[in-house]
Design a protein around this ligand. Sequence first.
Ligand SMILES: C[S@@+](CC[C@H](N)C(=O)[O-])C[C@H]1O[C@@H](n2cnc3c(N)ncnc32)[C@H](O)[C@@H]1O
Length: 277
Amino acid sequence: MKSILTYVVNKLSFASVLLVPLRFYNAAKTYTSLPWQILKWTFTSKEWTNYTYDLQDLNQEHLIYFISQITNTEIIKVREYIAELENDEKLKEYIRETTLKSDRSFLSDTEARYGRRLGWYAFTRIKKPKVIVETGVDKGLGSVVLAAALMKNASEGFEGHIYGTDINPKAGYLLEKEPYNSYGTIIYGDSIETLKSFPHKIDIIITDSNHDPNYELKEYETIKDRLNPGCLVISDTAHHSNKLIEFAETMNWNFLYFQEAPKGWFQGSGIGVAYKG
Ligand SMILES: C[S@@+](CC[C@H](N)C(=O)[O-])C[C@H]1O[C@@H](n2cnc3c(N)ncnc32)[C@H](O)[C@@H]1O
């Protein structure tokens, strides 16, 4: 009996050794197109940091359901808002022209690729915020997307303003021109210092400045008494930081996370949201 058992075990381990090349092939084929995607991007993009990209189609569907769940909004409405941004040809043209004229044009692509910012847009259209804060604006792609949403809200009778912060005095060029500059202001300097003296109550805050998790937590602590009921606290670094989870727990709020799956080589970041259920 014992020798039969030993025979079977030996046979099985031999079979698993035979499967090694197949296992290697299965794992490796997941990545075989990656070097080509990287090579193509290296020669077709000018971006150096804060990469832009479109989301994969299924990933965009996941984003729609994520937003619907958090805001208790019908899927069809969320889809409508996402399509509204995607079809906003004036905004795309504005981004193209402003990028071409900027002194950072050699580091920036002119095509508008919004990634997770589609979600920021939909949140803004649904929540009709009076005050949005975005800490860390870089070129201002997120800011101008938010300003475009606020412009649509205003046309429906809901006024709002986005306040961006950035330590770099050259940041935010995409928000400098009409009509979008009427809906947003960049405040230059350290984000926490800006938040300490920020005079308004906040409806949506997106933290995307210094990506040190302890700095991020300090941002939440600085504004926690200035959040309006129904406020959304959004982290752009929740893919590598648990600080928004910690914040949500101290507030006794919910936390949900959406992971980007970009078209192309980049692994993406995501949207962490803390909100009162
Ligand atoms: C990842 S980028 C922001 C991207 C932007 N939210 C977007 O949608 O494209 C981070 C920005 O944070 C700014 N930053 C870094 N440390 C900061 C600080 N302590 N205070 C304010 N801004 C800061 C950087 O200058 C940079 O422009």
